[in-house]
Design a protein around this ligand. Sequence first.
Ligand code: NAG
Ligand code: NAG
Ligand code: NAG
Ligand code: NAG
Ligand code: NAG
Length: 818
Amino acid sequence: MTVSLRFRFVFLFLFCTICVAEEERKIYLVMVEGGPPVAFFEDNTVSRKPGKKIDFDSEVLKAHAKHLEDSHDQLLQSTLDEGAYNKLYSYKHIVNGFSVHTTPTQAKKLKKAPGVKFIEKDRGVKMMTTYTPNFLGLPQGVWTTEGGDSNAGEGIVIGLVDTGINPFHPSFAYDPWNGYPRNRTQFPGVCDVGPHFPKSSCNGKIVSARFFAAGAQATGKLNASIDILSPYDSVGHGSHTASTAAGNHGVPVVVKGSYYGKASGMAPRARIAVYKAIYPSIGTRTDVIAAMDQAIKDGVDILSLSIGPDEPPEKTITMLSMFDIFMLFAHKAGIFVVQAAGNRGPGPYSTVSYSPWAVGVASCDTDRTYPSSLVLGNGQRFNGIGLSGPSFGAGLLKYKLVLAKDAVVANGNFPRTPQYIDECQHPEAFDPVIVRQSVVICMFSTGFSNGTSTLKDIANTGRALGFIGFVFAANPSYGDFIAEPYPFSIPGIVIPKANDTQMIMDYYEKKTERNNKGVAIAYHGRAAIGEGRFAKYNTKAPIVSRSSSRGPNFIDIKRNPIDLLKPDILAPGHSIWAAWSPMSVKTPILEGCNFGLISGTSMATPHIAGVAALIKQRHPSWSPSMIASAMATTATTYDNRGEPIMAQGRELYKLHRSTPFDHGAGLVSATNALDPGLVFTSGFDDYMSFLCSIPNTDPDFIKTTIGEPCSHSFRSPSDLNVPSVTISSLKGSQLVRRIVKNVANAVETYVYAVVPPHGVAIELNPPWFTIVPQGTQDLEVKLIVTQTNDSFSHGEIILTGSLKHIVRIPISVLPISM
Ligand SMILES: *[C@@H]1O[C@H](CO)[C@@H](O)[C@H](O)[C@H]1NC(C)=O
Ligand SMILES: *[C@@H]1O[C@H](CO)[C@@H](O)[C@H](O)[C@H]1NC(C)=O
Ligand SMILES: *[C@@H]1O[C@H](CO)[C@@H](O)[C@H](O)[C@H]1NC(C)=O
Ligand SMILES: *[C@@H]1O[C@H](CO)[C@@H](O)[C@H](O)[C@H]1NC(C)=O
Ligand SMILES: *[C@@H]1O[C@H](CO)[C@@H](O)[C@H](O)[C@H]1NC(C)=O
């Protein structure tokens, strides 16, 4: 059953998979030899010191950039036929390469040309589609210690590569009482003006805004009326993610005349740098990479990616796609990189976040729900979803209940498709006398399963014909679906369980008189729709979302596992209120809305970006891997009932106990992450050793793609110093090395406890240690198989400090032989 997709992934991009004439041009990403990229040129500090930015405008670096760009042009000129290609971008800040629009034949020539290291076809990107500050405990926790909501995130710049931003939104407004001084961030604020994006858009809150469209334009798929060539967001997705990370505090959420409370970003005083690279009609990796290159050059503190490739690369290892390489160099430049784990759950091996240098975020719901109800004339009550007011009479007065199918005009001239009959998409199909002042039951059918029918059109039909309200019911022959709360312009309720539909239909049939041809002639069934706009805050939470992508992490398209945990961390991503764009070209039901309540790991990702901004504000000198470690070791694996976190699985409404492959380290705790006690850190050289120790990888290939030789490697990839232990085939026993650093400012003694995975014994050496501030301690984890198993088991090591720091390390092991 894939029905839920229609409701969840309103941002689905369809990639063209149709075979085309052989010599159609495609976009290729090319990396070349011939000098280091600008950021790593000569005497520049190789790893950028936090707070000290590379001066890309210095004469020597500008000259080097020009030299690289010229060398790209020369290579293309000397290799390819004149007129047979079009260079889209030179990438020169972080990697030395370019993207080019050309034919497969020309691309083959390029591949063989001397100096070309690596070539990858652009296979597109996808968007991974507030009350959450309270759910995460920010107002009483981190915000207080950082000077309240008027200072939380101050001075930190969060860069987002997305669909742009709606600059007119109050979440991004300049506050005259507490201005956003431009000099607090020293950020090179370039503002591309254009349609719907006046110069005043970059107002100090939005410190910079650019758009990248060469790749999208080359595909010829852009439609000028929706694909706007400016940083303006015509989709809503980019505004949503930006406001979740860093939207202003206390912005009233008003949608279709109803007030839903106030919204706030996680780091409401952080600044936003916008890099638009995705358009409603198409998103290319070429544009995304150009955007990342610029963000790295600009020196954002945090790079938030609610977008990315939606599948593993075909020809290389997962961690060496161009997208992942750019994230590696962003990390090397001192930027905290966070990416969506993907929306391909709940099956295993579905993560699209692979690399240790980017934090992959899984999605969960919060304890807030918007329950709505349908009450029948016999008193039976059904729970459903719909952000609408009650039917007239506060849901107490009951109205005639009519099944859409029974109200169709007998001899009307319209196609007899499900869209016209069951799905209420077309008012002309109905007898206005029957449906007026009635509660009408519309049914899920093919139009919804292939995405052509919309809830908006049901509401429009209802409005045109004077329905009291509508019921949109799961169809027993399709099964249950997952419904998101969308705002409806008339009373309406979605009944997502087919069994409930069955019971409603039983009542309806009993109460409906039919003639001997089966045609309904009198309707005695009655129903009322209840209030659906009031939130309740008592649901068990968090629960890992069904669609959130899962581990184990893997190395290639064959899904060979790798000894590294993914996803990394869990954050709220289900039913998130945040800023929207009234144009809403991909989500008709939110057209005209300034806020959207939507779901996906796209929504979870900027929560982590915002929390990272709060940590960075408190600890400006912390490296990206220190921030990631602090979040991971202090995350919680318990829910608001004090029970282990649960996860949704394949079967709707059935939960199973969540594992690190669902939730990573657990739900982020911003307050605890500010003071983790110990951290596990890694840098560029460690990632090289990690890559070079992956079995069956060619060191030459790594050197070619990254530009550095495999000068050393770990005994096993599991020795990478991450705050987790993952072993995808444990034979007998294995030693895993870790190093912790004390980031607290006191001497502390730690002891350990273990919750062993099933069939594995674990020892930690030394069993206890005392560590001074800034000191480090080597640890050795010994894992011994006691019973083999054919699936992964999970456990954890818990280090407890004498000053009450608690450091949790999730363990995932597949014990294959004794
Ligand atoms: C920023 O500018 C304001 C005036 O616009 C000035 O009062 C303040 O001292 C400046 N801050 C820094 C850090 O330069
Ligand atoms: C461009 O988009 C508009 C608005 O969605 C639509 O009406 C029009 O048909 C589109 N044009 C093309 C060529 O797809
Ligand atoms: C969706 O289904 C309807 C009804 O079967 C059909 O008419 C329509 O062409 C389908 N659209 C797509 C995009 O598959
Ligand atoms: C639906 O109803 C059928 C029979 O009435 C029952 O066997 C089944 O378990 C129900 N399913 C759910 C998900 O409640
Ligand atoms: C495999 O591990 C699971 C728990 O992860 C456990 O329930 C099961 O009994 C184990 N199977 C065997 C054969 O040990």
